[in-house]
Structures are given as C-alpha cells and as structure tokens.
Ligand binder design. Structure first.
Ligand SMILES: [Zn+2]
Length: 266
C-alpha cells in the first residue's frame, strides 16, 4: 500500500524491542492507528524523539491490512506537550484529554474535528495563563468529544417525551437516558441526578460553543456539580471511571493532592 501522510497526536508509546516502539497515534485523517516505529529507541533514531506522549507530529506511515500494525517511516515533531514545566494540574488535564481520545474512539475511524479540538485544547493547556483555565478547557473538550462522537447529552428537551424544559429550579438529568427528564418522565428511571438551573445553563453554553474561548469560564460555584455530572456521564458511557479522574479533583475546586502539605509522621 502507498505511504500516507498526516498530522498525529501521540497517545501511547510502548517499548517493543531493544530498538523499536509500538505507538498509538490519533491521526487527523485516518483516526486512531497502531504503528511500529523501528529504531525509535536508538540514539540516532529516524524519529528524532518526536514520539513523545501528547506530542503533535507530522507522520508518514505504511498502512497494513486488517488489524496489523502500520509501519511508521517518518515522524517530525510539530509541538511537544510541555505543560509539566508549568504545573502538574495542566499535565494531568493533558493526560486526561489523551485518555478520552484513546478510549472514546475506534481504530481507523477518522474524526478530523476531534483531532483539531484535542490539538487546540492541548495547546491552550500548554500556554498557561489566566485566560486558559483548565476547568473551562476540559469541560469544553469533554462536551465537544461527546458531540463529535454522537454521544451528546440532551439539555433542552426531555429525552422521554420531547417537551421543552424550563431552566428554572433543579433539573433531572438521566445518565442512562442521555439527557434531561421532565417530572412526568423521571419516575422509574435509574441513575438520575439533579442539576441546578445554573449548572445546567453552563453545561448548555459549553455544549453549544464552537471553541473554549467562546464558552468562557466555568463559574467557581458550579465547578463541583459540573465535574460530577460530566465524570459520571463519561463513566456510564465507558463502563468505568477514567483512570485520570482521581487526579482531577482540582477541576471541581478541591485542593490538588500535590499542593496539600505532606502528612506528619509523628
Ligand atoms: Zn418528559
């Protein structure tokens, strides 16, 4: 097969032999692929250390038929993910974005808009600064990924009967139903949480925004509630909690584990 070129986000790098690695890439044009990078672990590697977790690379690969690994022939670094140099919270958010892309997508299923969303949010996490706050970036990405992959929760109309719901008082959100429920449809539904009208309107605004800049900030008083809704919704979808979830308490306003004083031994 002819060689293919595309941009790629490095999701996973596993040592394969003394000199080679197997990488999982989320490519802009071909979706998620697994590829063998021969010689990637040599000092003078043909990939020049481009194959770094969450790096964006320009790659050339030879696709193989079926489930076989592609052969990576070139990887040029476009941008490394350097958030760890700024703070651990941004690094964990980056890992979380990578985990969602890894676990929510299928192999060889292209979603260029998801690639661009991940690229954009990782870049903003990397930049740091007050105008790129992690709670807003992560929430926007979660909702964008759900929408792009066809799992967008419904916020406006009852998923049971289609009735428009007013955004007053508390609103019932069905994790398994995939959206808001009116008082008539709620009884008998499992895994229903109650969301404040303010939290629901923030979720609505983020879901409808084309970029994290347009969505703006997550108000501090809604952060815990919103984190609860999105993390539970994703857990229902994936059938388990995400691995990074326990590192993301700071998105809900809890003090981050790495900033708490170490426990005294006495
Ligand atoms: Zn209803």
């Amino acid at each position: 097969m002819a060689a293919e070129k595309t941009l790629a986000l490095v999701l996973r790098v596993v040592e394969f032999s003394e000199t080679s690695c197997v990488v999982t890439l989320f490519t802009e044009d071909f979706g998620k692929i697994g590829a063998l990078a021969k010689g990637a672990r040599r000092k003078k590697s043909p990939f020049e250390s481009a194959l770094d977790l969450l790096a964006i690379c320009r790659v050339v690969f030879l696709p193989k038929s079926g489930d076989s690994l592609a052969l990576l022939t070139e990887a040029k670094l476009e941008r490394r993910f350097r958030a760890a140099e700024k703070d651990l919270g941004r690094l964990y958010c980056g890992y979380y974005i990578g985990e969602l892309v890894q676990d929510l997508t299928d192999m060889h299923d292209p979603h260029p808009d998801l690639f661009r969303a991940a690229d954009h949010v990782l870049r903003r996490l990397d930049q740091g600064g007050a105008d790129s706050s992690p709670p807003g970036l992560v929430l926007w990405f979660e909702l964008a990924a759900l929408r792009i992959l066809g799992h967008a929760p419904e916020w406006d109309q009852c998923v049971g009967c289609g009735k428009d719901l007013s955004m007053e008082g508390r609103i019932a959100f069905g994790m398994l139903s995939g959206g808001v429920l009116c008082p008539n449809c709620r009884p008998g539904k499992r895994s229903v949480v109650s969301v404040s009208s303010e939290g629901a309107s923030v979720l609505r605004r983020f879901a409808a925004s084309g970029s994290p800049e347009e969505a703006g900030e997550v108000p501090e008083k809604c952060r815990g509630e919103i984190r609860g809704v999105t993390s539970h919704y994703l857990a229902h979808l994936l059938g388990r909690r995400t691995r990074m979830e326990s590192y993301l308490g700071f998105l809900a306003g809890r003090p981050p584990a790495w900033a708490r004083p170490a426990e005294s031994k006495t």
